[in-house]
Design a protein around this ligand. Structure first.
Ligand SMILES: [Zn+2]
Length: 221
């Protein structure tokens, strides 16, 4: 029973370890995603600004040409071109401002994440260390209990041990229960007087047919 209890506690430790690390992994993923987004936004911004310069030069060129055209048709055609360039310039400027906004927000969040990550890593460091030392302690206790168990098992009659081992494997604990009056201490089913006598007078360890546990005579009975 002690070994099962220790093993159960031991099995929970890797789960706890994964839980502790999961917050750090989530933050690292968010950080990576934001860094990629910022890089894309910067590249995008450079492209837009390049396009903006082209459009501005185009507009200046058209405006310079206004003084040189001879016909009304050519003049209004140039005005249309200038309006188009100005509209595109306006759109590009808005996009550049939006990208700058995004970059600023993402950069701020990245700074927050760095702080959170440092805190979580420090907090997790202590917790992970305590999980590690708990693991080592439990492993040691388990080894000790297993050794004790094996020493006792060697002394047990083979047939009795096989019955016990079946109960142990299905974790039917306690596998051994004291006789309770003339009944099984586990399921409280009554035994025939002859069986009770064998248990109490001859120290027999009896397998309860009803529930399968091993029944022995407690000293006070
Ligand atoms: Zn029983």
């Amino acid at each position: 029973m002690r070994i099962v209890e220790l093993s159960t506690r031991r099995d929970q430790l890797p789960v706890r370890r994964a839980e502790v690390a999961s917050e750090i992994i989530a933050l690292e993923n968010e950080k990576q995603g934001l860094e990629d987004a910022v890089e894309r936004a910067r590249l995008d911004r450079r492209n837009r600004e390049g396009e903006l310069e082209v459009q501005q030069r185009q507009r200046d060129k058209y405006e310079a040409q206004l003084n040189q055209v001879k016909t009304n048709v050519a003049y209004s055609a140039l005005l249309t071109e200038i309006q188009g360039a100005k509209r595109t310039i306006g759109e590009l400027e808005t996009e550049v401002l939006e990208l700058m906004d995004t970059i600023e927000q993402d950069t701020n969040r990245l700074a927050e994440i760095e702080v959170e990550l440092a805190q979580k890593r420090e907090a997790a460091h202590d917790e992970l260390q305590s999980i590690d030392s708990e693991t080592a302690a439990l492993d040691q206790q388990l080894a000790t209990e297993e050794r004790r168990r094996n020493l006792v098992a060697e002394k047990v009659d083979d047939q009795l041990y096989r019955v016990y081992d079946r109960l142990r494997r299905v974790q039917r604990f306690p596998a051994l229960v004291p006789l309770h009056g003339s009944a099984c201490g586990s399921c409280h089913g009554y035994f025939p007087p002859q069986v009770v006598r064998e248990i109490t007078h001859h120290g027999r360890i009896y397998t309860c047919e009803a529930c399968g546990v091993l029944v022995y005579a407690a000293h006070e009975e």
